[in-house]
Design a protein around this ligand. Structure first.
Ligand code: HSE
Length: 313
């Protein structure tokens, strides 16, 4: 018997990990977006409802990341099915937590589930990237970890170019999102178009140190490498309210390091263990509270798995 609906979850992600601009990312356990899909009579996917976005997300099929991804899955399969989409947004928009990628991935995974799972996650990657591209460019540093989970090295946009890296024991993240939107397009527009040879060598060394630290499970070296970014953070710092004050507070509370999550303004601190991460998140939030900026705080380990089907009915 034909299923009538399918629902999928796709998690928030932290892109860049500081120094690894556009090539590193990781998945969080929570929060994530949920997309439910059902059959419609007319061919193609379209948005039926969106909740949790404050009315900000587009409903137009070609502008909504979940809908673009859903249509891309149909195209990949040569299907003329009609699909209605319900999006439950749990991620703040333009926050540096991979919100557009999460909706795209949840949309693609849900449609695939409704169709009886003809594609595996690697097969869904191009559709997820099409969805992400509708908003923030054809790159996989959010989509990769969102779909596959874990800490990922993204060397290209093919599934074979996305590599899982080890997750060090005791790694916890404290994340705080101030109530300020920083659109990715804007955060990319402030970046330098060229860097010096000296900066290139330092950045390459820091990425290599970071990957080595993951393999040796050295959280201190990992955090130090992440922070050792002389190219992207300095160019974006002015877009992130209280960046340096929050970093200081995070470190005073025991964080090993702190970086901008993706294109910001979420800030992500590297911590050892859950109780330390809880204290660090509270200390980071206290800085914003004192400045009169509301914020959302959380602490979480890295999610070993990414998107998942929640139910098929
Ligand atoms: N690597 C991207 C950036 C992540 O920092 O601009 C946002 O999509």
């Amino acid at each position: 018997m034909l299923n009538t609906s399918a629902e999928a979850f796709a998690p928030a992600t932290v892109a860049n990990l500081g120094v690894g601009f556009d090539i590193l990312g990781l998945a969080l356990c929570e929060p994530g977006d949920v997309v439910r899909v059902e059959w419609l009579d007319e061919p193609g996917a379209r948005i039926l409802t969106i909740t949790g976005d404050g009315g900000k997300l587009p409903h137009a099929a070609e502008k909504n990341t979940a809908c673009v991804a859903a249509n891309s899955v149909l195209k990949l399969l040569g299907s003329d099915a009609g699909i209605g989409i319900h999006i439950e947004k749990h991620l703040p928009l333009a926050s540096g937590l991979g919100s557009s990628a999460a909706s795209a991935v949840a949309g693609a995974v849900a449609v695939n589930a409704l169709l009886g799972e003809p594609l595996d996650f690697a097969g869904l990657l191009p559709a997820c990237l099409d969805g992400e591209a509708a908003v923030s460019g054809y790159h996989a540093d959010n989509v990769g970890p969102c779909l596959f989970g874990g800490i990922t090295l993204v060397t290209g946009v093919e599934a074979g170019q996305i590599h899982n890296l080890p997750i060090p024991k005791n790694l916890y993240l404290a994340l705080v999102t101030p109530d300020v939107e920083v659109p990715t397009v804007m955060a990319r527009s402030v970046l330098p178009q060229q860097v010096s040879l000296k900066a290139m060598v330092a950045q390459t060394a820091a990425v290599a140190q970071l990957i080595h630290a993951l393999y040796t499970e050295d959280l201190e070296a990992m955090a130090a490498a992440m922070e050792n970014d002389s190219v992207v953070e300095p160019a974006r710092a002015h877009l992130m309210p209280m960046l340096y004050e929050v970093r200081l507070a995070a470190k005073r509370a025991g964080a090993l390091g702190m970086v901008i999550s993706g294109a910001g303004p979420t800030l992500c601190a590297v911590c050892s263990g859950e109780s330390n991460a809880r204290q660090v998140a509270a200390a980071m939030q206290a800085v914003y509270e004192e400045a009169g900026i509301s914020s959302m705080g959380q602490f979480t380990p890295v999610a070993k798995t990414g998107a998942r089907v929640l139910n098929i009915k």
